[in-house]
Design a protein around this ligand. Structure first.
Ligand SMILES: Nc1nc2c(ncn2[C@@H]2O[C@H](COP(=O)(O)OP(=O)(O)OP(=O)(O)O)[C@@H](O)[C@H]2O)c(=O)[nH]1
Length: 440
C-alpha cells in the first residue's frame, strides 16, 4: 500500500535536491502524496485533513538537516508527527491500588476473551498475582474459553452461574482480597453490535466495581468502523484506553491514528497473533513507521542523524581488540537495541539472547531489566574486568540485583561469548555488527 508513497515522494523531491529550505510548493507536492497514502491506510478523512495542515506548517521553510537529503528530512518530520499523534504518553499500566481492577470491554469477536488471558499472562510474568473474572455469561463458551486459558496459565478464573454479571464482578473483588490477588481482569460480554442493553450493563458494572482501567478491545481489521465503536463506548461507558488486536493481520494501522486523534484515549497494548504470548506494549514510533511503511528509510535517517556513531563504532572496535570492552559497554549497546523497533536480526547476533523469542519485545524488556540490575550491582573494577568476579562476588551481585547466582553466571557467559564472537569475526563483519549495534 505504501510502497508507492516512497516512489512518489522521491520523485516529488528530486526537484528540491541541493536546496537549503523546503519551499511551500515542495511541501504541497509532498503533502498531496502523503494525504492519499493516509487515506488509503484508512485514516479518517478529518484526521487526514488536520494532519495535512499541521505538516504544512511544519514543512514550509524548514531547513534541510545537515546530514540528510530533503527526502529524508521530510520523511523524518512526518514520522515524528505521526508518532506524536499516536501518543507520547506512556502506555504502561500504572498499578497503584490493590486489587488493581481492569475491565475489558468490546464487541463480540474483537478478541476480548483471548486478550484477557494475554494480559493476565503478561502481568503474571512481571510477578503479579492475577485473577481472571468471567462475566460474559451470555456466551457460555466464553466462560469455558477463559477457564481453559486460565488453566493453561495457572491463573485462577472466578465465575458463577445464575448470577448477574455486575454481581459476579463485585463478588470477584471480595474473592481477590481474600485470596491475595493483586490484579483483577474482568472479561465482559460482547454483542455483535453496540447496543443499549450492553452499554447499560457495562455502566452498572463499572459503577459497582469502580475499575482502575476500562480498556476497549478493538479488532484492527475493521478499519474506520473502529472509530465509531470507540466513540460509542467512550461516550456511554467511559474508557481509559484501548487494546488493538490482530495487528499481525492488518497491514495498515490507520485506525489507530484516527482513534487516538478523535477519541483521545491512549493505546495501551497491541495483539500480534493468536498465541497467548502475542500481546505487546504499544510503541507509537513503531506504529508510525508501519503506517509510513518506510522502515528502511527511517533506519537510514537515524543512522545519518547519528554520524557520531561512526566514531563510537571505531572506539568500540578498538576496545574489543584490546580486550577493553567492558560490561558497561555491553549494557550500553543493549540499551540502544531496545530503542529500535525491529530488533530480531540484531538479537540473533548476540549469543544467549537469541534464544528468547525476540519478536516479543516485552520479554526483551524484562531480560534487559535483569541484565541492567546485575551490571549495576557490580563494582567499577568488576565491570572493567569480569574475570575477578569469583563465587563470593557473584553471590553479592545476585543479592544486590535481586536475582540469583545462576542469572549472574548466564550474563557473564553471554558477555564472554559476545567478546569471543566479535574478536573471531573478520574486520568487515565485526564493523557491520557494531554498526548495527551502534545505530540503534
Ligand atoms: N491473529 C490474531 N487473532 C487474534 C488476536 N486476538 C484474538 N484473536 C482471535 O480472534 C478470535 C476471537 O477472539 P475471542 O477472544 O474469542 O473474542 P471475544 O471478543 O472474546 O468474543 P466474545 O466473547 O464473543 O465477545 C479468536 O479466534 C482469537 O484467537 C490477535 O492479536 N491476532
Amino acid at each position: 500500500m505504501f510502497e508507492d508513497l516512497e516512489a512518489k515522494l522521491a520523485n516529488a523531491l528530486k526537484k528540491i535536491k541541493g536546496q537549503a529550505l523546503i519551499t511551500e510548493q515542495d511541501a504541497l507536492e509532498v503533502l498531496k502524496n502523503i494525504k492519499f497514502a493516509l487515506l488509503e491506510a484508512d485514516v479518517n478523512y478529518k484526521v487526514v485533513k488536520d494532519i495535512e495542515q499541521e505538516l504544512k506548517d511544519k514543512l514550509i521553510g524548514k531547513q534541510i538537516e545537515k546530514n540528510l537529503t530533503p527526502f529524508q528530512t521530510i520523511v523524518d518530520i512526518i514520522h515524528k508527527e505521526l508518532t506524536q499523534i499516536l501518543g507520547d504518553e506512556s502506555s504502561n499500566l500504572i498499578i497503584n491500588s490493590k486489587p488493581f481492577v481492569v475491565m475489558l470491554v468490546g464487541i463480540q469477536g474483537s478478541g476480548k476473551t483471548t486478550t484477557c488471558a494475554k494480559l493476565a499472562r503478561l502481568l503474571k510474568s512481571k510477578g503479579r498475582q492475577v485473577l481472571l473474572v468471567a462475566c460474559d455469561i451470555y456466551r457460555p463458551a466464553a466462560v469455558k474459553q477463559l477457564q481453559t486459558l486460565g488453566k493453561q496459565l495457572d491463573i485462577p478464573v472466578f465465575s458463577k452461574e445464575n448470577t448477574k454479571p455486575q454481581d459476579i464482578a463485585l463478588e470477584s473483588l471480595q474473592y481477590a482480597k481474600a485470596n491475595g490477588r493483586d490484579i483483577v481482569i474482568v472479561d465482559t460480554a460482547g454483542r455483535l453490535q453496540v447496543d443499549t442493553q450492553l452499554m447499560q450493563e457495562l455502566v452498572e458494572m463499572k459503577e459497582a466495581i469502580k475499575p482502575n482501567e476500562v480498556l476497549l478491545v478493538v479488532d484492527s481489521m475493521i478499519g474506520q468502523e473502529a472509530v465509531n465503536i470507540a466513540k460509542k463506548f467512550d461516550e456511554n461507558v467511559g474508557i481509559s484506553g484501548l487494546i488493538f488486536t490482530k495487528m499481525d493481520a492488518d497491514a495498515r494501522g490507520g485506525a489507530l491514528l484516527s482513534i487516538k486523534r478523535i477519541v483521545g484515549k491512549p493505546i495501551k497494548f497491541i495483539g500480534v497473533g493468536e498465541k497467548i504470548s502475542d500481546l505487546e506494549q504499544f510503541y507509537p514510533d513503531r506504529i508510525a513507521s508501519r503506517i509510513l511503511g518506510m522502515g528502511d528509510i527511517l533506519t537510514l535517517i537515524e543512522q545519518a542523524k547519528n554520524q557520531i556513531d561512526e566514531k563510537e563504532q571505531k572506539q568500540l572496535q578498538k576496545k574489543l581488540k584490546k580486550n577493553q570492552f567492558t560490561l558497561d559497554d555491553f549494557l550500553n549497546q543493549l540499551k540502544k537495541i531496545q530503542k529500535m523497533g525491529s530488533i530480531t536480526s540484531i538479537i540473533k547476533m548476540i549469543p544467549g539472547l537469541n534464544k528468547i523469542k525476540m519478536a516479543d519485545t516485552n520479554e526483551f524488556d524484562i531480560e534487559l531489566k535483569r541484565i541492567t540490575a546485575i551490571i549495576q550491582s557490580m563494582t567499577k573494577k568488576e565491570k572493567e574486568n569480569y574475570k575477578i568476579i569469583d563465587a563470593s562476588r557473584k553471590r553479592r551481585i545476585a543479592k544486590g540485583s535481586g536475582t540469583d547466582v545462576q542469572s549472574v553466571n548466564k550474563l557473564l557467559k553471554q558477555f564472554e561469548e559476545m567478546n569471543k564472537m566479535m574478536k573471531g569475526l573478520d574486520k568487515n563483519k565485526a564493523l557491520h555488527i557494531m554498526k548495527n549495534l551502534g545505530r540503534m
